[in-house]
Design a protein around this ligand. Structure first.
Ligand code: CAA
Length: 263
């Protein structure tokens, strides 16, 4: 359990093994400012090393998951400043380094950096009013936090191009049909509850197998098929060295419920 308090996010632990991070800059529709990201990165780092957290849910408000990078903060940046401090790199670093699964529960706007943040998570669930988009083109720029890469992989070239070139928003129904969101819910509350349910299921498994599963799936995006399959097999072999593999398989054979040790 994290005892830290933050200015721009809320942390709670609503289910066993599950931590909920709520982005909390409601008046600015959760625009992703540097202070917000610094809170988020610090919370993710704390939760990732906390044994009582085994799965994380990330959400915003019912109106807005996150309306993008903070345009007011960014508007006067020079090239030298942006390049000099590698603006935005630190955003994706912590979230990509988080070894525990993160489920994004998206209600309302997930635009620009908000859509990119959702796509950095491992699973996206959408509420009925979710609106995904990369509107950077309307600001005279392009996605800068992985949107062009992750959206392409999520929905294919033609749809990704249309979204990025026109800046149009994509609603929950299409996001679900296209596989950008794994599931679409009838109400914003159901979206968050659904994410917490799934997180509780994941948190109920052995932590080492969960970590390995996330690692091998993510590895697929980085390498070709034969390399990826080989990596998966090696990690699979490695899990025979864990206590939980014995616990899980012996419980199945004895028709008992496994008591995970996370070792
Ligand atoms: N940055 C800073 N402030 C933002 C913001 C953003 N991305 N999005 C919304 N806000 C602020 C508004 O300025 C407004 O603040 P004030 O009350 O102080 O004026 C407040 O949030 C409420 O917003 P609106 O009044 O605009 O609310 P609305 O309901 O009329 O419209 C919206 C909602 C369509 C989402 C509209 O706010 C909007 O278009 N926002 C910008 C979306 C956008 O372009 N995002 C991409 C940013 S670029 C980026 O993210 C780069 C990258 O790849 C990392």
């Amino acid at each position: 359990t994290s005892s830290e308090t933050y200015e721009h996010i809320l942390i709670s632990h609503p289910r066993p093994g599950v931590s909920l991070i709520t982005l909390n800059r409601p008046k600015q529709l959760n625009a992703l400012s540097s202070p917000l990201f610094s809170d988020l990165n610090s919370a993710l780092s704390t939760l990732d090393s906390s044994p009582s957290t085994r799965c994380i849910v990330l959400t915003g408000s019912h109106k807005s998951f996150a309306a993008g990078a903070d345009i007011k903060e960014m508007s006067t940046l020079t090239f030298a400043e942006a390049y000099g401090r590698d603006f935005i790199k630190s955003w994706s670093q912590q979230i990509s380094n988080t070894t525990k699964p993160i489920i994004a529960a998206v209600n309302g706007y997930a635009l620009g950096g908000g859509c990119e943040l959702a796509m950095m998570c491992d699973i996206i669930y959408a509420g009925p009013n979710a609106q995904f988009g990369q509107p950077e083109i309307k600001l005279g720029t392009i996605p800068g936090a992985g949107g062009s890469q992750r959206l392409l992989r999520a929905v294919g070239k033609s749809r990704a191009m249309e979204i990025i070139l026109t800046g149009k928003m994509v609603g929950a129904k299409e996001a679900g049909e296209w596989g950008l969101a794994a599931r679409v819910f009838d109400t914003p509350e159901a979206c968050v509850e659904g994410a917490l349910d799934t997180a509780e299921t994941v948190a109920g498994y052995g932590g080492l197998a969960v970590k390995a599963a996330k690692e091998v799936v993510n590895h697929a995006e980085e390498v070709g098929l034969s390399e990826g399959v080989k990596f998966e097999r090696r990690v699979f072999h490695g899990l025979f060295g864990t206590k939980d593999q014995k616990v899980g398989m012996e419980a199945f054979v004895k028709k008992e419920k496994p008591e995970w040790t996370h070792e």
